[in-house]
Design a protein around this ligand. Structure first.
Ligand code: ZN
Ligand code: ZN
Length: 293
């Protein structure tokens, strides 16, 4: 057996535990396992590009302007080629369907047919356009290329988010989107004791506290309009939904073992809630690699 570093070994255990808890999610968890493991390793080992020191404008931030709108979180000098080369085999292992396409993508990359960093420096619309252009040149479906590139971006975002989290610790943030990268949450967690709600960002991995009576998506504040869907016999598994914006948020209810969890893994174990909520014609607050059916 290969030697696993502490965090990676722990992550393996967390994934195994989630598979025991939710056998229906086993295929999904197995598919994502290599990606999650390589991400965890890269988070520890990878050196990001050097960046200028920056100071967050606290007034703008507390008015709801996330860090990403004040300072670029993805940079030209980040090690994009190395990241994509490290992530590609993990995706090929978990998603055998992608094997050939990703091989071709990597070949084009090593032949210098395009410059990866161009993608990461664009805004969302620019990224979509570039992705379509590359997809056409390489005859690979755009979402397949997007899967690799966004997996690479996640590593860089999460690594920078960890540093930034310290800088914003004492500042007020009252928005339902991520204070660091501006994305909506993919999962909420309500603690056992104090009953606070925490929102998890699947884009950068950040976790922040948010009111329990306000909809994170549309800020609608009326308890009557908010439904809490609970699964019988599974008191920890819930989904919050909002009548006003017709969105839902899968929620881990009354959890006491947050330190023994990885919230991306938890979200993969709870996709039965996504199926139920989407069956009610509700949309997720954040689209992830696994919650659109
Ligand atoms: Zn985020
Ligand atoms: Zn809402």
């Amino acid at each position: 057996m290969s030697e696993l570093s502490g965090n990676t070994g722990r992550l393996e255990e967390i994934i195994d535990r989630e598979m025991d808890r939710h056998p229906h999610s086993q295929p999904l968890l197995e598919a994502f396992r290599p990606l999650f493991l390589v991400r965890s390793r890269l988070l520890e080992e990878l050196q990001l590009g050097k960046e200028e020191p920056f100071k967050i404008d606290e007034i703008r931030f507390q008015g709801g302007v996330p860090v990403i709108e004040q300072h670029p979180l993805l940079q030209e000098n980040d090690p994009w080629d190395d990241l994509v080369r490290a992530i590609t085999p993990a995706l090929q292992e978990g998603f055998p369907d992608l094997r050939g396409d990703l091989e071709n993508f990597e070949k084009a990359l090593s032949e210098g047919k395009f410059v990866l960093s161009e993608y990461f420096l664009q805004n969302r619309d620019g990224q979509e356009n570039l992705l379509s252009a590359w997809a056409e040149t390489l005859s690979i479906a755009a979402p397949r290329i997007g899967f690799v590139l966004n997996s690479a971006a996640r590593v860089v975002l999460e690594k920078r988010a960890r540093d930034i989290a310290e800088q914003i610790q004492g500042l007020k943030w009252e928005k339902g989107y991520c204070p660091i990268c501006g994305s909506f949450p993919s999962l909420a967690v309500i603690g056992e004791k104090i009953g606070e709600r925490w929102l998890h960002c699947s884009n950068c991995g950040h976790l922040w506290r948010f009111s329990r009576v306000i909809c994170p998506y549309c800020e609608h504040e009326e308890q009557e309009g908010m439904d809490f869907f609970l699964i019988e016999d599974k008191p920890q598994e819930a989904a919050f939904s909002c009548d006003s914006c017709q969105r839902y948020l899968v929620t881990l209810y009354r959890v006491s073992d947050l330190n023994d969890r990885n919230l991306d893994v938890s979200a993969l174990g709870l996709t039965h809630l996504d199926v139920i909520m989407q069956g009610k014609n509700l949309l997720p607050m954040a689209v992830t690699d696994w919650n659109v059916f």
